[in-house]
Write a protein that binds this ligand. Structure first.
Ligand code: LFR
Length: 496
């Protein structure tokens, strides 16, 4: 039986998962899990936030070693978060640890970039949302750094790890579409945007970009010397969200929306072609490339990061912070007592989120959540409210008639959040699989190896057969949510 190995790195931990297909179902096993702890390192007079890539690599190698010893694996694919990259020297060696997208180096940089290229022209090509951390802005922010000047190549994080496994350098398109440098219509690098970046940076940065490959491409066999045999290294949907959306068991994509719920919540629909209208740009909806020729038309909504970061703060203060306890207590707090704009940049950087929530509540004249239960409920209500708004936006702008919301990822296990999402959106929620990203990664490998025919629909059939979905119906009074939405709109600066 063929065994696939998925390397899935998230913002707080990394995992190696093996999987096999048996009678139309995917049997998956987590064989290793390791922490992902970003580090601050002095650079240019600042404490720069970086990924500890060598620690991650060592966790990956240990995990693949376990996979090898427990029966071996025939292929391996890597997915991680988007936008971040490593710079390479002429020998292909990594120049320094990649900077984390939550580092502050890009503040004010999008404005500089758009001084020379109107945002509308950029969106008409890339269809990409403007987030300060997009690769294109990170590159512009660092154009003067010695490492950038020494670099002869650049690889996005999952591509870099795949290159360490296979020796083959390429940019997989689902992740490349988050850079702000790709023509999303032709699924190729945009020469126009690349030239503009080079002019703004005063350096030839676009020449660092490697050739592109579609997900499902076999890059080559494992390099010799690992001792794990000659498994094939596959470019999967290397952007974790692409892998997760590939595993959303939508039976009717034309009437379904999804929320990929983890550190971030990615709220959107799947389309055959990008939407690059001016209204879409103003709403900051992004067109990311998906598996099998699709487009993920979605909005980034802050996710369970707010809760996990709060838990980190509470633990450091010696307070109770286990998720089941927090959720049980939060269920008793009245709906929408205090709501915040979860996408306010003030919540983006690591730190004391409960204190920032208290400050936001005070500044908007709302009840200050004064215990862990109230803070948890405020976060979950505010997320559900943000989902409702994002879903309405993507449905309106894409013309989709959404009748059901699929929730995949770790957040699909959060029962309170699923119920609040159903209540706030007035739509049924289908929760699961929680392991969507790993399943999408594994099944794209099965497809690449010819073990699964029929592309995305076939992948989703296997996911559906392998998962118990939980259905949440809207309950309660939708007016509480209408009122909360109006209150938030009146209290905060409008954000697209
Ligand atoms: C989710 C994710 C999002 C991306 C953000 C930053 O893990 O990949 O899709 O916008 O992280 O890379």
């Amino acid at each position: 039986m063929t065994t696939y190995a998925a390397v899935d790195l998230g913002a707080t931990s990394g995992r190696v998962i093996t999987g096999q297909l048996s009678r139309g179902r995917l049997m998956a096993d987590e064989v290793a899990r390791f922490d992902n702890t970003p580090v601050r390192v002095p650079h240019g007079g600042r404490q720069v936030l970086r990924w500890d890539l060598l620690a991650l690599w060592s966790g990956i190698c240990r995990g693949l070693d376990v996979a090898h010893r427990s029966g071996g694996f025939d292929s391996v694919g890597v997915d991680t978060w988007a936008v971040d990259y490593g710079l390479l020297d002429a020998d292909g060696a990594l120049l320094g640890n990649p900077v984390h997208y939550r580092d502050e180096r890009t503040s004010g940089v999008p404005e500089r970039f758009f001084a020379g290229l109107p945002a509308s022209e950029h969106y008409a090509v890339t269809g990409a949302q403007v987030q300060p951390f997009n690769t294109v802005f990170q590159l512009l922010a660092s154009a003067g750094d010695a490492q950038v000047r020494a670099a002869t190549g650049l690889l996005l994080v999952p591509d870099l790890l795949s290159a360490w496994l296979s020796g083959v350098q390429a940019a997989e398109v689902t992740n490349a579409s988050t850079t702000g440098l790709l023509d999303v219509g032709s699924r190729s690098w945009s020469r126009q945007v690349g030239q503009h970046l080079d002019a703004a940076a005063g350096a030839s940065l676009s020449s660092l970009l490697p050739r592109l490959v579609e997900p499902g491409t076999v890059l080559g066999p494992l390099l010799e010397g690992f001792g794990w045999g000659d498994a094939k290294v596959v470019a999967v949907g290397s952007h974790d969200t692409a892998s997760a959306v590939a595993a959303v068991p939508m039976s009717e994509p034309a009437h379904a929306a999804y929320i990929s719920s983890g550190t971030w919540s990615l709220v959107g629909v799947e389309l055959p072609a990008p939407v690059r209208t001016e209204a879409s740009r103003i709403a900051n909806v992004t067109n990311e490339l998906g598996v099998d020729g699709t487009v993920r038309y979605l909005k980034n909504v802050a996710g369970l990061w707010l809760l996990s970061e709060s838990q980190r703060t509470w633990r450091a203060e010696g307070r109770t912070a286990s998720l089941p306890e927090l959720l049980a207590a939060a269920a008793d707090v009245p709906t929408c007592r205090t709501v915040i704009d979860v996408d306010d940049p003030v919540f983006a950087a690591p730190g004391d989120i409960p204190a920032r929530i208290a400050e936001a509540a005070r500044a908007t004249g709302q009840a200050v959540p004064d215990d862990v239960a109230a803070v948890t409920r405020c976060i979950l209500d505010s997320l559900a409210l943000a989902y409702r708004r994002a879903l309405r936006t993507v449905a309106d702008l894409s013309g989709r008639d959404v009748r059901v919301v699929h929730v995949v990822g770790g957040g699909s296990r959060n029962e309170l959040l699923c119920q609040l999402t159903a209540d706030a959106t007035g739509l049924p929620v289908l929760a699961g699989p929680a392991e969507g990203t790993a399943m999408g990664n594994l099944l794209v490998q099965a497809w690449a190896l010819g073990d699964l025919e029929g592309g995305l629909p076939a992948i989703r059939e296997v996911v559906a057969a392998s998962t118990e979905l939980v259905r949440w119906e809207p309950t309660g009074d939708v007016r509480a949510w209408d009122q909360a939405e109006n209150r938030l709109r009146d209290l905060t600066v409008a954000r697209p």
